[in-house]
Design a protein around this ligand. Structure first.
Ligand code: C2O
Ligand code: CU
Length: 473
C-alpha cells in the first residue's frame, strides 16, 4: 500500500508513473488572511504540487497559491472580499455553506453577472454561523475547481473550545499527466456518466503529504475539507480515535465515526478532535479506504521524540456551541419528493430513457436529471417553490447506480432520516452524500428568500444536468 494513487494504480494511459515516494515534508500551514478586507485574485500560477523530482504544475489559483488563502474571521463579523479575475474566462466565487443574502451567493446569471476577465467584484455579507466552509467558483466548475480554484473559509466560534492546535486540511485529488500537468478532457462522457473525474494524485493543502508531526499529549482540532471534483474520502485514523464535532461546519454531539471511517464526499467538511495519546516516536498511518480495493496511505502521523505535552489528555468539553439555524417543525412541515436519475450502468431511468443514453450524451451532454429534468441553464423554471418561513421536508431519492453529494445553497438542513430510518444525530449539513439506490430525508425552515441552486457537487454531474433551482418566496 503506498501513499498515493499514482505510485500504486495503473493510471490513465500515458499518465505519469510518478513515484511519489520521495520524502516530502508536509507544510501544514496555509497562508492565512484574517483582516476584514481581503483581496483574491484568480490567476494562473506554477506550484510544486507533485514535488521533486517532478516539474511544477500550472494551476489556476487564488493569489498564486493552491489552495487559495485561508480566510478566517469570527462568527457574527462581516466578511468583505474582492475577487479580481485574471483568468481567460469568466468566474464567480461561491462561499459554500454560508447562509448569506442571495445577491452574494456567487451563482452566474442567478445571483450576479459573471466576473469578466479584468473585472473585480466585491462580496460583502455578515456570517451568522461559526464553522468550516470553503470558497470556489460557480462557473465552468468541472475545469475551474479541478485546476485549483478553491480555498478554506473558517468562521471561528465566539467561545472557542480548548485545543492545542486548530488546523485545516484541504483534501484534493488531481488527474496529472506524465509531466505533472493537469490532464485535459474535463467533463468527458465517461467521467460525466459515471463517478466523475477521479484523479491520480491526492494532496493535503496543495502538497503530496508525507508525514504530520504531532506531540504526545496534545489535542488537535482538524478541519477536513474535500475540494475534489469527484473523489469521496473514507479516512481510517486507526488508533488515533477521532471524535467528530461538526458536519459541514455545523456542531454535532461529539462521537466517533459510526462506520469507523470519516467520510467526506465532494464539498463536505468534518471537524474532528484527536487527543494524541501515543508514545513519542510512534507512527500511525491514516488510510483512505473509501474504495476498498484501492485503499492507500494518505499520510503518516508521527509522534515527535519529545517529552509529552501533558501526561493525561485534556478533559475539557469539545461540544461546540449551537449555530443559529431555526428549528424545523417536523409535524407541520410541507413534504416534497425529489428523484435523482440518469448516469451509466443501470442508471438510465426517467428522463434518460428519452432518446436513449447515447442520444442524450451527444445531445448537449446531459446525462443526469432531477425529477426527470436535466439542468439546461438559469432561465429554467424552478424545480420546487418553497413557501418562505415554513418548514419543509424533502425526501431525496437516488435512483442511480452512483453516489451523489447533494448540496442546497442558502440553507443548512437537518438530515432526519436515511432510507426511512431516523438518524441518530439529526445532523445539520449543507451537502448530503446519498449512496446508490438510497434515500435521505432533509428538514429545514426556508427562511432565506431567493432562487437557490440545488445540485450534485460532483462537478461532472452538475455540468451534465444534475442541478436545479429551489425558489424560496
Ligand atoms: Cu459548493 Cu453550488 O456549490
Ligand atoms: Cu452526482
Amino acid at each position: 500500500m503506498s501513499r498515493t494513487f499514482i505510485s500504486r494504480r495503473t493510471m490513465l494511459k500515458g499518465g505519469l508513473g510518478l513515484s511519489l515516494s520521495a520524502a516530502l515534508p508536509l507544510s501544514p500551514l496555509l497562508a492565512q488572511i484574517s483582516e476584514p478586507n481581503t483581496a483574491l485574485v484568480a490567476k494562473p500560477a506554477r506550484v510544486a504540487l507533485a514535488g521533486e523530482p517532478h516539474p511544477e504544475t500550472v494551476v489556476w489559483s487564488y493569489n498564486g497559491q493552491v489552495p487559495g488563502p485561508e480566510i478566517r474571521i469570527r462568527q457574527g463579523d462581516r466578511l468583505t472580499f474582492t475577487v479580481t479575475n485574471r483568468l481567460g474566462e469568466v468566474t464567480t466565487v461561491h462561499s459554500h455553506g454560508i447562509r448569506m443574502p442571495h445577491a452574494m451567493d456567487g451563482v452566474p446569471h442567478v445571483t450576479q453577472k459573471p466576473i469578466a476577465p479584468g473585472e473585480t467584484f466585491t462580496y460583502d455579507f455578515d456570517v451568522p454561523d461559526a464553522g468550516t466552509y470553503w470558497y470556489h467558483p460557480h462557473t465552468n466548475s468541472a475545469e475551474q475547481i479541478e485546476r485549483g480554484l478553491a480555498g478554506p473559509l473558517i468562521i471561528e466560534e465566539r467561545e472557542a473550545i480548548e485545543v492545542d492546535r486548530d488546523m485545516t486540511w484541504v483534501l484534493d485529488d488531481w488527474r496529472l499527466s506524465a509531466d505533472a500537468a493537469v490532464a485535459g478532457g474535463f467533463g468527458n462522457a465517461m467521467d460525466a456518466g459515471m463517478a466523475g473525474r477521479l484523479g491520480n494524485t491526492v494532496t493535503i493543502n496543495g502538497k503530496v503529504p508525507e508525514t504530520f508531526e504531532v506531540r504526545s499529549g496534545e489535542r488537535i482540532r482538524l478541519r477536513l475539507i474535500n475540494t475534489a471534483n469527484a473523489r469521496i474520502f473514507g479516512l481510517d485514523f486507526g488508533t488515533l480515535r477521532p471524535r467528530i464535532i461538526a458536519y459541514d461546519g455545523q456542531p454535532v454531539p461529539p462521537h466517533e465515526p459510526q462506520s469507523g471511517l470519516v467520510i467526506l464526499g465532494p464539498a463536505m467538511r468534518k471537524d474532528i478532535i484527536i487527543d494524541m495519546v501515543g508514545e513519542p516516536d510512534q507512527s500511525v498511518p491514516i488510510i483512505d479506504r473509501f474504495y476498498p480495493s484501492q485503499a492507500y496511505r494518505l499520510i503518516n502521523v508521527v509522534y515527535l521524540d519529545k517529552p509529552p505535552l501533558r501526561t493525561r489528555p485534556l478533559t475539557s468539553s469539545i461540544h461546540l456551541p449551537a449555530n443559529t439555524m431555526p428549528e424545523p417543525d417536523i409535524e407541520r412541515a410541507e413534504r416534497h419528493d425529489v428523484e435523482f436519475g440518469g448516469g451509466m450502468m443501470g442508471g438510465m431511468s426517467g428522463g434518460m430513457m428519452d432518446g436513449g443514453m447515447m442520444g442524450r450524451m451527444m445531445n448537449g451532454g446531459k446525462m443526469w436529471t432531477i425529477n426527470g429534468v436535466a439542468f439546461d441553464g438559469p432561465a429554467m423554471a424552478p424545480l420546487l417553490t418553497l413557501a418562505l418561513g415554513r418548514s419543509h421536508i424533502m425526501t431525496l431519492r437516488n435512483k442511480t447506480a452512483w453516489y451523489h453529494p447533494i448540496h442546497l445553497h442558502g440553507h443548512s438542513f437537518r438530515v432526519i432520516a436515511r432510507n426511512g430510518k431516523t438518524t441518530r444525530y439529526r445532523e445539520w449539513q449543507d451537502t448530503v452524500l446519498i449512496p446508490p439506490r438510497e434515500s435521505v430525508d432533509i428538514a429545514f425552515v426556508a427562511d432565506n428568500p431567493g432562487d437557490w441552486m440545488f445540485h450534485c457537487h460532483i462537478a461532472e454531474h452538475l455540468a451534465s444536468g444534475m442541478m436545479g433551482i429551489v425558489r424560496v418566496t
